[in-house]
Design a protein around this ligand. Structure first.
Ligand SMILES: [Zn+2]
Ligand SMILES: [Zn+2]
Length: 226
């Protein structure tokens, strides 16, 4: 008789705790732990372990073995001291991983430079030849858009941007402007016509417009490839 009432009481507690557990599931860990403690010890233990927050582990920098740190590289997980930390958009990284994680678009290899050159130089020669024939005002208005277009086209063809492509575009614009008079002469009069060109006629052909053009266009190209 006593045994059955005990069992009933026991099952009543179990039923209640089950209900309470369902209700308090989204509550704070403390009340959930109390309910779990009333039920039995087996379910309580893992919860208590999860709740316990681990002590911050003191590590030593991989590059400076005597410097303590709490920070790990977001990529390779090496402990790194403040001197060795590089802030990146995806977290703090070590110097090695920060350079590896650099966007691919900024790493121009020889073939990309070649693609850029093959597109950029002809465009720059054509632009130089046309712009030098225009008046100062038109050069002033058109140079930046033309330079931006050259830079953008080179960037799209090579699929690269950044420092190297900027230098390449500016170089193409300068060389293109310098080659433009020679190219025009050869296109019109053939290779033999080059003999007629003197330094004086070359400089007259270039004129101040070309200098203005080169400055404005290369600036715009550099901005386009940033
Ligand atoms: Zn790393
Ligand atoms: Zn360090």
């Amino acid at each position: 008789m006593a045994g059955t009432s005990d069992q009933r009481l026991d099952s009543g507690i179990r039923a209640k705790t089950k209900d309470e557990r369902a209700v308090t599931l989204s509550d704070s860990e403390g009340s959930l732990e109390n309910v779990a403690a009333a039920a039995d010890g087996a379910t309580r233990r893992p919860r208590a372990e999860v709740k316990k927050s681990p002590e911050p582990e003191v590590m030593y920098c991989v590059n400076h073995p005597h410097t303590e740190t709490l920070i790990r590289c977001a990529r390779c997980l090496d402990p790194i001291c403040p001197k060795c930390q590089v802030r990146t958009p995806v977290g703090i990284k070590c110097k090695k991983c920060a350079s590896v994680g650099r966007p691919e678009v900024y790493i121009a290899r020889p073939q990309h430079i070649l693609y850029g050159l093959l597109v950029g130089l002809p465009l720059a020669i054509i632009a130089g030849a046309l712009v030098a024939r225009l008046g100062f005002l038109l050069v002033f208005i058109l140079s930046a858009p033309v330079g931006g277009l050259i830079g953008e086209t080179m960037g799209r063809v090579a699929r690269k941007r950044g420092r190297i492509m900027q230098l390449l575009a500016a170089g193409c614009i300068v060389v293109g402007a310098l080659l433009a008079p020679v190219t025009v002469l050869v296109v019109i009069g053939g290779i033999g016509a080059l003999g007629m060109m003197t330094l004086g006629s070359y400089l007259v052909w270039l004129g101040l417009s070309s200098i203005l053009y080169v400055v404005l266009a290369s600036g715009a190209a550099i901005a386009a490839l940033r």
